[in-house]
Each structure stands twice: as C-alpha cells, then as structure tokens.
Design a binder for this molecule. Structure first.
Ligand code: NAP
Length: 248
C-alpha cells in the first residue's frame, strides 16, 4: 500500500526506537521522510540507510526540540526544501526517573521542555504551512504513564498527560482547516528507553499485560501511520492506546 506517495512526513526522534519504526512504516508506504535526532549521529546515519534501502527519499536533521527557535527553523527549512509538510509526528522524548522528594529542578525542566514544549513549538510552527495547505495530520507520541501515572515518573507522567491535553486543544483549534491532531499512548515497548530495566522487572511487567508480552516499535508505528492516514479521515482529538491491554 503506497498511500503516502508524494507526501512529506517529519518524525522527531526518528533515528532510534519507536521513531525509527515510524519512519520506516511511512517510508514503506511511499512517503519522503525527514527524521530528527538530538546527538546520536551514528543511529541517525543507520536509519537513513534503512530508509533509502527501502526506496524512500530520506533526510536527517539534528536539533534539540526543547529549543523553540530551532523548531521553527526546522519547519521553515523543511518547507523550503520539500515545498509541503503532510504529517508531523512528535515522537522525540526523554524519560528521567526519580522519586518526587529527590527530583531535581533541572530534570523536571528537561523532561517537560523536551516532551511537552517540543511538541508545542513544532505544532505552532507547522500549523501555518498546514493551514495554508488546508490540510495535514499531526500525531503525538504520549505514553500509558500519562494516563495511569507511575511512581518514580512524576515529571514524565506530567509531560505525557500534558501532551494529551495539548493534543485535544490543538485538534479543536485546527479542525476547521482540515488538520487532524491525534495521540498514541504506547505501553511497555522494547527500545533503548526500556532496555535499562532488569529482566526480573521486565518479566513482572509482561505478566501484568493482558496480551502477555512487551510490545514492539513496529506495533506503535502502525497505529501512528493509521492516525495520519486517510483511513482515519474522521478521527481527531483521539488518544489511541497501544499497550496490549495493560490499561483500558
Ligand atoms: P529512544 O529509543 O530513547 O529514542 C529517543 C529519540 O528521541 C532519539 O531519536 C533521540 O535522539 C530523540 N531525542 C531525545 N531527546 C531529544 C531532544 N531534546 N531533541 C531532539 N530529539 C531528542 O526512545 P523510544 O523508547 O523510542 O521512545 C520514543 C517516544 O515514545 C518517546 O516520546 C517516549 O516517551 C515514548 N514512549 C516510549 C515507550 C517505551 O516503552 N519505549 C512507551 C511509551 C511512550 P538521540 O538518539 O540523538 O538522542
């Protein structure tokens, strides 16, 4: 299915993990893909190779999504270079864990600035070209933790819950211009972000998931591409759980 032929898709944090799988899913469906990353150049280069091997036109751009001027510059550059932006996926994120009593201001700021302000800055910047084009789709990658909370993840939970509210507000604001804004809330997915957890904890978590296993990035990618596709043409402001039934 080449339903994204001639479409331009931007995926923040598209160099690794869930973002890489999202970029590859859109590429397999015909899109030109621009991935972004913060610092791990080797991973970005590897992803570009995978995307071009899949037959896609692909580019990687490095900037920090918590820098709002850099977000605006990225959108302007993408418009100059591609002439259109059909889909924005706000996937870049960090998880800094720690108990409330000991949590540092800097870690709070970094988590909120990356996970929430980054998505805000990019949506604000992309809204202009999408409004001019009278169409577009935005998908924000939130988390199950934003829906159910998790001890030791106060900042992460706040950022991801905030992203759900932001998604719904922007969905209402941009709907009259045929711009759809949705979110996915992945559960426990195998990536670098979760690799650090020990095996005992992983087994315990898998046991708590009705489908009995940890998810993979491709399963999140398919949900993201669905929300961005014409198959979801009457869906906006929605939050799609991709969690194996862990939270219903
Ligand atoms: P990951 O493997 O750690 O990859 C994170 C990506 O985001 C990388 O491309 C990274 O770039 C980029 N990034 C991080 N901080 C950035 C910044 N300040 N500016 C620009 N790019 C930045 O993460 P993941 O597990 O795939 O998670 C992707 C998204 O899914 C995140 O929003 C995460 O919160 C969410 N999520 C993950 C899970 C899970 O179980 N893994 C569950 C629910 C939700 P560099 O490589 O250059 O640092």
């Amino acid at each position: 299915m080449k339903d994204f032929n001639n479409k331009v898709v931007l995926v923040t944090g598209g160099s690794r993990g869930i973002g890489r799988a999202i970029a590859l899913e859109f590429a397999s469906r015909g899109a030109d893909v621009v991935i972004t990353y913060a610092g791990n150049e080797a991973a970005a280069v590897e992803t570009i190779k995978l995307l071009t091997d899949a037959g896609a036109k692909a580019q990687a751009k490095r900037f920090d999504v918590s820098d709002s001027a850099a977000c605006s510059a990225f959108i302007d550059e993408a418009m100059r270079e591609h002439g259109r932006i059909d889909v924005l996926v706000n996937n870049a994120g960090v998880a800094i864990d720690g108990l409330l009593m000991r949590f540092k201001d800097d870690d709070w700021d970094k988590t909120l600035d990356t996970n929430l302000k980054g998505a805000f800055s990019l949506m604000r910047a992309v809204s202009r070209p999408m409004m001019k084009a009278k169409g577009g789709a935005i998908v924000n990658v939130s988390s199950i933790v934003g829906e159910m909370g998790n001890g030791g993840q106060a900042a992460y939970a706040a950022s991801k819950a905030g992203l759900i509210g932001l998604t719904k507000a922007v969905a209402k604001e941009l709907s009259s211009r045929n711009i759809r804004v949705n979110a996915v809330t992945p559960g426990f997915i195998t990536t670098d972000m979760t690799a650090a957890l020990n095996d005992e904890l992983k087994t315990k978590m898998a046991d708590a998931i009705p489908l009995g296993r940890i998810g993979n990035p491709e399963e999140v990618a398919k949900a993201v591409a669905f929300l961005a596709s014409d198959a979801a043409s009457y869906i906006t402001g929605e939050v799609l759980k991709v969690n194996g039934g862990m939270y219903m």
